[in-house]
Design a protein around this ligand. Structure first.
Ligand SMILES: *[C@@H]1O[C@H](CO)[C@@H](O)[C@H](O)[C@H]1NC(C)=O
Length: 146
């Protein structure tokens, strides 16, 4: 093979690879491990109902209603190609509305496959399956759900 055809072949491979990455049909074949699970427990003081709405780049999980001391959970496959799976949620209770990235692949990938959170008025806390806090609680972040 001459130098020109090697260059041509290389260009073809690059074009095909970037098409596979961008094309939504090709993207259905995601590079995923076992699903990751996120649990959200309503532990807000004085028992208001919690309204949670989570979204990723690809999925909108809709608004969920979580009564006091109840949980809601969802699962998903990680994107092992971009390693950028992210679920952002809005949390509404009383007259407040807050935002928090409940799953960030760079932060959580090697930390939890079953990620338990309890929601308090001050912010979300990572817990074990029995709602015992296992990490320093985090604060809400600013902004609005895209
Ligand atoms: C949660 O509670 C159950 C029942 O008491 C117990 O068997 C389990 O070990 C606990 N899990 C953790 C992570 O402490």
């Amino acid at each position: 093979m001459g130098w020109l055809s090697i260059k041509l072949l290389f260009t073809l491979v690059v074009v095909a690879a970037s098409f596979m990455l961008r094309n939504p049909v090709a993207r259905v074949v995601r590079f995923t491990l076992d699903p990751t699970h996120v649990y959200i427990y309503n532990d807000i003081e004085y028992g208001p109902t919690l309204y949670v709405h989570c979204r990723s780049k690809d999925d909108d999980l809709g608004e969920q209603v979580i009564p006091p001391k109840f949980s809601w959970d969802f699962s998903f496959g990680l994107d092992l190609l971009t390693r950028e799976t992210e679920f952002d949620c809005s949390f509404k209770f009383n007259d407040e509305s807050h935002l928090y990235p409940i799953y960030l692949q760079p932060r959580d990938e090697f930390d939890c496959a079953y990620c338990y959170w309890k929601i308090t008025e001050a912010g979300p806390c990572r817990t074990d399956e029995n709602h015992t806090v296992i990490k320093p609680c985090d604060s809400w972040v600013g902004g609005v759900l895209r």
